[in-house]
Design a protein around this ligand. Structure first.
Ligand code: SF4
Ligand code: SF4
Length: 294
């Protein structure tokens, strides 16, 4: 790996970032964040946000209290549990009360568990201080472009200052907020991973530039994920018949810009995944079941 030693140390017991650790440590996501503040053309609101999770699945939405209860039940039953992430089904920072109530309770009741969050970045600069206060270990930002013209083809609108803003103007604000959030986190020593969704004909050529910019600003990892454009996940409604990348196209781009030595084993987990990487024991910890535990 080409990671600096200081960062490697911090991710070596992290199941998502260390090939080694993913056999020994477990992670879970809780879905406490229903709302979103932007529209991605590839999103179908019936399913989980693509920031961090596998498209086309629906996670069990929990209240903060339920999420804390579930996390403690999982930690008691899966001793390898080391990482808790909030990843959907919408954007965690578009639901700050629910997200931070969950983090606050967990940092008090389960201080050994590392906390992480994924976001589209629009509200990130406003919440950096609070993320630091809750000792968030790492943040994932989904950045699909650094050029507003490209962004306008990906994001039909954002919700900003109580208004809906469209087109290039919206994309410009989103990009500015994402980059500012990235810089603020890096400045404060928080690990930042960037996810990008590869959309053929829209941002595929552009993602190399994205990779260059975000690495220069200090993101420690760039993870390129394929657009999954199956009809049952809804269409990419900016473009009729938008396809996802072929395996060969994805690999070629990943070879150019992903830190694949680290992310090759990312499974695009569900927003309510539980367990070791590659397994999902969520069904053992449904709300109904945790009521009968403890
Ligand atoms: Fe959907 Fe996530 Fe995009 Fe929001 S950020 S529109 S939830 S994919
Ligand atoms: Fe780790 Fe990827 Fe799953 Fe997130 S989606 S928990 S980074 S494997």
């Amino acid at each position: 790996s080409h990671l600096p030693e200081s960062i490697r140390k911090r991710v070596q017991d992290h199941p998502c970032y260390s090939e080694e650790a993913h056999h020994h440590f477990a992670r879970m996501h809780v879905a406490v964040a229903p709302a979103c503040n932007i529209q991605c053309n590839y999103c179908n609101r019936k399913y989980d946000c693509a920031n961090e999770s596998r498209p086309g699945v629906v996670s069990e939405l929990l209240t903060p209290e339920q999420a804390v209860k579930k996390t403690l039940a999982v930690a008691a039953n899966i001793p390898q549990m080391s990482v808790l992430g909030i990843a959907g089904p919408g954007d965690p920072l578009a639901n700050p009360k629910r997200t931070f109530d969950t983090f606050r309770a967990l940092s008090e009741e389960a201080p050994d568990i590392k906390l992480c969050v994924s976001t589209n970045g629009l509200n990130l600069p406003d919440h950096v201080d609070e993320l630091i206060r809750h000792n968030i270990d790492h943040v994932t930002i989904t950045i699909n472009c650094v050029d507003p013209e490209v962004g306008a083809k990906i994001y039909p609108w954002i919700f900003w200052n109580n208004r809906r803003i469209r087109g290039v103007k919206a994309a410009r604000i989103l990009i500015r907020q994402q980059q500012k959030g990235l810089e603020m986190l890096v400045e404060r020593g928080v690990l930042v991973k960037v996810n990008s969704v590869m959309i053929p004909g829209v941002n595929d050529d552009h993602l190399k530039e994205v990779s260059r910019v975000i690495k220069e600003k200090g993101a420690f990892l760039h993870n390129v994920m394929p657009l999954i454009a199956a009809p049952e996940h809804g269409t990419y409604y900016g473009v009729m018949g938008q396809r996802g990348p072929t395996a060969a196209e994805l690999k070629a781009l990943q070879d150019d810009c992903s830190d694949m030595n680290l992310m090759r084993h990312c499974r695009q987990c569900r927003a309510d995944a539980v367990g070791m990487l590659g397994e999902d024991r969520g069904h053992e910890f449904t709300l109904e079941k945790i009521e009968t535990m403890s």
